[in-house]
Design a protein around this ligand. Structure first.
Ligand SMILES: NC(=O)c1ccc[n+]([C@@H]2O[C@H](COP(=O)([O-])OP(=O)(O)OC[C@H]3O[C@@H](n4cnc5c(N)ncnc54)[C@H](O)[C@@H]3O)[C@@H](O)[C@H]2O)c1
Length: 257
């Protein structure tokens, strides 16, 4: 097992990619804290359409160790409470996966300032808040890891004025934190997923999804597990000397010019 007895917090862990990361971490022996606004898994229009049990219950029923703490990562009080509860329960924090993220469709004329703030507040400010309050604990770990979930939209526009800029900024946050924390042997890296089968795709249409799929060289959308395995790599000793970088996991989508 690659993560035996490591304590990992996964934000937005109840659904989609976060859920996939929680399940892969648990298989590798980690104690998994699910920090999400709700422990009820989202049901999507196209993907994750059937109900599933809360991920902490699923992990515990298979003999693993997981806890859910209700947390809105854009609310610093929530984040502080979640971190205190984690340390009270497990005594330490080794790994933080900043996964929670949202997308609100609309171009710059359509998207309200309030909704722009909301997207950036979760996708960027939220990643800062959770990192800020986890860092004092992660520094004490011998295996400190921060993993930020960015996007292939970190590298280009085309999805409105809030989501791509928030994801681009995350990559710079990764670089800055990696420099800050290197002397504590804490690594900080990003994963940039392409299109993954999760409820976040609900704003799409069947036609757009079909066309999109045809642009992916490996011929399928990604699964939460695909990102989960990349997260296990960054969380484990196998990536000891990798920090301040990002890994694109997109079935080859961005390999095409
Ligand atoms: N699915 C994709 O194709 C894709 C591609 C690139 C990047 N991403 C990124 O991956 C991450 C996960 O996306 P997903 O597709 O699994 O989304 P999702 O909507 O399926 O799940 C997101 C989870 O985050 C939780 N969440 C939302 N706001 C939160 C908040 N303020 N505090 C705590 N939890 C919150 C939700 O309750 C939900 O459980 C996001 O950062 C997203 O931007 C997704």
């Amino acid at each position: 097992m690659l993560l035996k007895d490591r304590v990992a917090i996964v934000t937005g862990g109840s659904s989609g990619i976060g859920r996939g990361i929680c399940l892969e971490f648990a298989k590798e022996g980690a104690k998994v804290v699910v920090a999400d606004v709700s422990n009820k898994p989202k049901q999507g229009k196209f993907f994750e359409t059937t109900p599933t049990p809360p991920v902490d219950e699923e992990i515990n029923s298979k003999g693993g160790n997981s806890s859910f703490f209700q947390t809105d990562i854009s609310n610093d009080k929530d984040v502080k409470n979640m971190i205190n509860s984690t340390v009270d329960l497990y005594g330490k924090i080794d790994i933080l996966v900043n996964n929670a993220g949202i997308h609100i469709p609309g171009n710059s004329e359509e998207l309200s300032i309030e909704n722009w703030d909301k997207v950036v507040g979760v996708n960027l400010r939220g990643q800062f808040i959770t990192s800020k309050y986890c860092i004092p604990h992660i520094k004490k770990s011998n295996f400190g890891r921060i993993i930020q979930i960015a996007s292939i939209h970190s590298f280009g526009g085309g999805l409105g004025p809030a989501y791509p800029p928030s994801k681009a900024a995350v990559l710079n946050l990764v670089k800055d934190l990696s420099i800050e924390l290197a002397s504590h042997n804490v690594t900080v890296n990003a994963i940039c997923p392409g299109a993954i089968e999760t409820p976040i795709q609900d704003y799409m249409t069947e036609k757009i999804l079909k066309e999109y799929k045809n642009t992916i060289p490996l011929g399928r959308f990604g699964l939460p597990k695909d990102i989960g395995r990349a997260a296990v790599f960054f969380a484990s000793d196998q990536s000891d000397w990798i920090t301040g970088t990002s890994l694109i996991v997109d079935g080859g989508h961005r390999a095409k010019v």
